[in-house]
Design a protein around this ligand. Structure first.
Ligand code: NAD
Ligand code: IPM
Ligand code: MN
Length: 359
């Protein structure tokens, strides 16, 4: 019987609520498909920081990286909590520390409207809203370089540096084309802002053209990010795979979530495609302080992220069974959470997936 060693870091707000449901479904999938899950628990998040002053250390990274995968919930506190925790500290020193430190250079974010889930876009359906965003995950504006000069004075200067490397860009673009082939999609669109960011995004465009020439059966095209926002609303059916920068990918995938049922259903994988260290799977959404602790959060995004984890860990049949069970559970209004027009609690929605999957 195969064994999977999974690090589980539920985090803050709704993170623990939705991660518990993802774990419930994973356990059921393990029983049905004959694999064992060994769980190691990681307490990192707001409460742990306030108690211990700790985020993720280099030693933690070493240990985390040795797992088969990491299942992550969300971190972050509501603005009132910022008084005790510096703005962005948990996000950068826990979440981004893992993405960067474990070189999870692909952030794979499917945008899929599941049957039975409503989109706010008139005339669209699960046939037309179905594409994949490949977000660069270890560079760009997220690198944390920059600083202040004359801070707090009228002459204050703030620099936030966007780092773009040929190596970093080329590898994520190649992954996007490979994703198109793997998923049977015929188009890869580079989304950037070459008309303004004439250095960094020129590098992106040149690397994109060169890598595209290795994939002659896939159409390669380009859109500026502002136009892409418009087309994602007016004509989402045109997309196969979108490859984009770290920051644009962050923004576009919240829009992607909004057109495919909301934050409650958007899944993601932070991947090291070379599998040198653990990849990390998490919902796209955050800690949702506005609904935390009320049993209202939709666990679908976390469960779909767990299914991506199963794919990555060599359990594709289990992953597919989980996805099918989610689709079946969502088709029934009584097992949907409030964000999808239902009345089910977080745990009832998770139970429905387990029941539908069978044993
Ligand atoms: P958010 O994604 O937490 O919430 C945005 C909206 O979506 C809210 O109305 C929320 O109720 C709703 N929502 C989110 N998840 C849901 C779910 N599972 N079911 C139903 N509705 C859901 O974004 P935000 O409010 O901008 O951020 C809150 C905190 O989370 C901030 O501190 C932010 O930095 C952090 N954050 C963390 C992550 C992460 O750890 N991966 C991701 C995004 C934001
Ligand atoms: C996401 C989140 C993170 C990001 C934050 C919390 C650092 O918004 O995963 O989309 O910007 O990548
Ligand atoms: Mn985001």
């Amino acid at each position: 019987m195969s064994e999977l060693n999974i690090a589980v870091m539920p985090g803050d707000g709704v993170g623990p609520e939705v991660t518990a449901e993802a774990w419930k479904v994973l356990t059921a999938a393990g029983e049905r498909f004959g694999f064992t899950l060994n769980r190691s628990d990681w307490p990192h998040g707001a409460a742990h920081y306030l108690e211990t002053g700790k985020t993720i250390s280099d030693a933690d990274l070493d240990q985390l990286g040795g797992h088969d995968a990491i299942l992550f919930g969300a971190v972050g506190v509501e603005p009132a909590g910022m008084a005790k925790i510096p703005q962005g500290l948990l996000e950068t020193e826990i979440l981004l520390k893992m993405r960067f430190g474990l070189d999870q250079y692909v952030n794979l974010r499917p945008v899929t409207l599941l049957p039975g889930v409503n989109t706010p876009l008139a005339g669209q359906s699960s046939e037309t809203i179905n594409f994949t965003v490949v977000r660069e995950n270890t560079e760009g504006l997220y690198c944390g370089q920059g600083g202040f000069l004359y801070k707090g004075t009228p002459h204050e200067v703030a620099n936030q540096i966007e780092v773009t490397t040929r190596h970093g860009v080329e590898r994520v673009i190649r992954y996007a084309f490979e994703t198109a082939k793997r998923e049977g999609r015929d188009r890869v669109t580079l989304v950037a802002k070459t008309n303004v960011l004439r250095f960094a995004h020129d590098l992106w465009a040149r690397a994109f053209r060169e890598v595209a020439s290795e994939f002659s059966d896939v159409t390669a095209d380009y859109q500026h990010v502002d136009a892409c926002c418009m087309y994602m609303v007016t004509n989402p059916q045109q997309y196969g795979v979108i490859v984009t920068t770290n920051m644009f990918g962050d923004i576009l995938t919240d829009l992607g979530a909004a057109i495919s049922g909301g934050m409650g259903v958007a899944a993601s994988g932070n991947l090291d495609p070379e599998r040198r260290k653990a990849s990390m799977f998490e919902p796209v959404h955050g800690s949702a302080p506005d609904i935390a602790g009320q049993g209202k959060a939709n666990p679908t995004a976390a469960i779909l992220s767990a299914a991506m984890m199963l794919d990555h860990c060599g359990q594709p049949d289990a992953a597919e069974a989980v996805r099918k069970a989610i689709a079946a559970a969502l088709a029934d209004a009584s097992t949907r959470t409030g964000d999808l027009g239902g009345t089910a609690s977080t745990s009832a929605a998770g139970d429905a997936v387990v029941t539908t999957m069978g044993s």
